[in-house]
Unconditional design. Structure first.
Length: 115
């Protein structure tokens, strides 16, 4: 079973920045669409950002202009650069790899935005 591994979460003040990383070992990374989701306490899981194998990007309206998703196929890694963070961005951020019927997840990394 493939397990993705996220890192980079933490506590940051409003207006601050973080970079999340997700390593995807053991898959043909270049074939997969990579997604970042988040789940705040008591809320539904929300798709935040997507990057396809062709490099096309899509973002939730709530993060457009603040978050950037990117991928490095040489490292089997996807990144989420988060700027101008707000308290409402507080959540567990989860990485997902999707290709045809295959879908793999990480365990998540906590991001807390608070003064």
């Amino acid at each position: 079973q493939v397990q993705l591994v996220e890192s980079g979460g933490g506590l940051v003040q409003p207006g601050g920045s973080l970079r999340l990383s997700c390593v995807a070992p053991g898959i043909s990374f270049s074939l997969y669409t990579m997604n970042w989701y988040r789940q705040a306490s008591g809320k539904e899981r929300e798709l935040v950002a997507t990057i396809t194998r062709g490099g096309m990007r899509n973002y939730a309206d709530s993060v457009k202009g603040r978050f950037t998703i990117s991928r490095d196929v040489t490292k089997n890694t996807v990144y989420l650069d988060m700027n101008s963070l707000k308290p409402e961005d507080t959540a567990v951020y989860l990485c997902n790899a999707a290709f045809t019927s295959r879908s793999f997840w990480g365990q998540g990394t906590q991001v807390t935005v608070s003064s």
